[in-house]
Write a protein that binds this ligand. Structure first.
Ligand SMILES: C[S@@+](CC[C@H](N)C(=O)[O-])C[C@H]1O[C@@H](n2cnc3c(N)ncnc32)[C@H](O)[C@@H]1O
Length: 257
């Protein structure tokens, strides 16, 4: 289970169908399914979170750090990297030093704004561009990247990637380049499409900013764990306590040269 699949009733309760007006038509077409009620659809609730409470999302993502082995595994010293679904930059900020040019694609305007703010503070020498786009509609040329990567964003569902999204990532990646899905949620789906799996071992914890932050964020995102977090009384909480698989996995494919 990835963060966007965690069954948080409290997150769903934050929003109603009256909030759907925040989506652009192309977002609504991808994200609003069925009865369009976020109280019945946690994936839709996450999309509303990105647009209505982006700073809250950023506090969570900043605490859920990737295993250093995941970032260390990615190609380094390459010319062009594309990240899709970059969010507020959990992975993006780590990619800056790994390629000469980095393009971060992100559909949600409020998340792009937070990412732009972080990039402005990072002094990256104009190496990074932030663009609007979707997995299934990337504003990038064929064969234009050495690495195309997504972190906690791609899923097999059409609104969040699917067959069309994977084909787009592979279209943008040059022959001999690498497409990587970090923190994948459906390994067998990716394996059936030629993706190999790598996992990095070792204990991993969510590093909340403070104990108070841990309790506040857990009550929204991992309500079942809030009692245990109070009992532990620490700002650092093992992923197992939250019932969330840690971000220690990636799936990748090197495209035929
Ligand atoms: C859980 S967040 C992860 C963000 C960031 N990659 C990280 O690791 O912190 C999922 C991200 O995927 C983006 N996303 C959702 N649907 C998308 C789509 N169809 N195409 C591209 N990005 C999408 C969301 O806007 C959000 O930024």
């Amino acid at each position: 289970m990835t963060e966007a699949e965690a069954p948080s009733r409290e997150l769903r309760r934050r929003y109603t169908s009256a909030d759907l007006g925040v989506f652009t038509p192309e977002e609504a077409r991808r994200f609003v399914q069925g009865d369009g009620d976020p109280q019945n659809d946690v994936v839709l609730a996450w999309e509303l979170l990105y647009r209505l409470e982006p700073e809250l999302y950023d506090r969570l993502a900043s605490a859920e750090r990737l295993h250093p082995g995941v970032v260390g595994w990615l190609p380094c010293g390459v010319d062009r990297i594309v990240e899709v679904g970059a969010g507020t930059g959990r992975l993006t900020m780590e990619l800056i030093g790994r390629g000469r040019h980095l393009v971060a694609v992100e559909p949600a305007l409020p998340l792009r704004q937070i990412l732009e703010r972080k990039l402005a503070a990072a002094n990256h020498g104009n190496r990074v561009r932030v663009l609007h786009g979707f997995f299934d509609q990337l504003p990038l040329a064929d064969d234009s990247a050495d690495l195309v990567v997504a972190c906690s964003a791609f899923t097999p569902s059409p609104g969040h990637g699917g067959e069309a999204g994977l084909a787009e990532m592979e279209r943008v990646c040059r022959p001999g380049g690498c497409v990587a899905i970090i923190w994948p949620n459906h390994l067998s789906w990716l394996a059936a499409r030629g993706y190999q799996h790598v996992s990095f071992p070792g204990p991993m914890s969510v590093e909340f900013g403070s104990y108070a932050d841990a309790v506040e964020l857990a009550e929204i995102f991992y309500a079942k764990a809030a009692g245990e977090i109070r009992r532990l009384g620490e700002r650092s909480v093992p992923f197992e306590v939250l019932g969330l698989n840690p971000p220690r996995d990636l799936a990748f494919k090197v495209l035929a040269g």
